[in-house]
Ligand binder design. Structure first.
Ligand code: AMP
Length: 211
């Protein structure tokens, strides 16, 4: 059983790394941001409620997020474990999570703030398969087309520079306290996220296995 949480500032590489670790250990990657964006796209009730918060770089209300994640974790594919990417985002969410799931390890990907702005504003995502690129550090062969599936690449609304600063502020005030919270529970693993993507994956894999 492997129930993992990935923590880090927006742009630290949570999405990229959790996707890779998900394949290595064959457990699903559950991104609350992806689920929310999917809901916004489809125009569901959740999507309508969440959109204005997301556009402003604020957290979506806990009541919406907690119900959403509780339901997702009850699905069959979570029986051997999962990776939570982007949840919990504050102490109340962490406490709610404890009422319906145990957590084995928390991976904090540590990256200095100045590196993040460049990373986020250069990020491009595939509309179809959700693959993530960076115009400078991990460029696709063709700037608008996904190498993997041929889908269209786009810049997330909240990766635009004004919203990025707001998301960093939100992280510092709401999410950062989780680092101490999980450190005290002795399940925190700190990973230096200012290295190349492969090195970081190898390091996480090793530390999750416990060596
Ligand atoms: P992300 O892709 O994880 O950066 O999430 C994008 C946006 O979705 C965030 O800026 C929030 O507005 C919202 N969001 C994602 N996960 C959560 C969460 N656990 N709690 C509240 N809001 C969230």
């Amino acid at each position: 059983m492997m129930r993992l949480i990935f923590l880090g500032l927006p742009g630290a590489g949570k999405g990229t790394q959790s996707e890779r670790i998900s394949k290595i250990f064959n457990i699903p990657q559950i991104s609350t941001g992806d689920i929310l964006r999917e809901n916004v796209k489809k125009g569901t009730e959740i999507g309508k409620k969440a959109k204005s918060y997301m556009d402003e770089g604020k957290l979506v209300p806990d009541s919406i997020i907690i119900d959403m994640i509780k339901e997702r974790l009850s699905a069959n594919d979570c029986s051997e474990g999962y990776i939570l990417d982007g949840f919990p985002r504050n102490i109340d969410q962490a406490k709610a999570l404890e009422t319906f799931s145990k957590i084995d390890k928390v991976i904090f990907i540590d990256v200095p703030t100045d590196v993040l702005i460049e990373r986020l504003t250069g990020r491009r995502t595939c509309r179809k398969c959700k693959a993530v690129y960076h115009i400078k550090y991990n460029p696709p062969k063709n700037p608008d087309v996904c190498d993997l599936c041929g889908g269209e690449l786009f810049q997330r609304d909240d990766d635009k520079v004004e919203v990025v600063q707001k998301r960093i502020d939100t992280y510092n005030s709401k999410t950062k306290p989780l680092i101490d919270y999980y450190k005290k529970k002795n399940i925190l693993i700190i990973i230096d996220g200012n290295r190349n993507i492969d090195e970081i994956t190898t390091d996480i894999e090793k530390k999750v296995k416990g060596n």
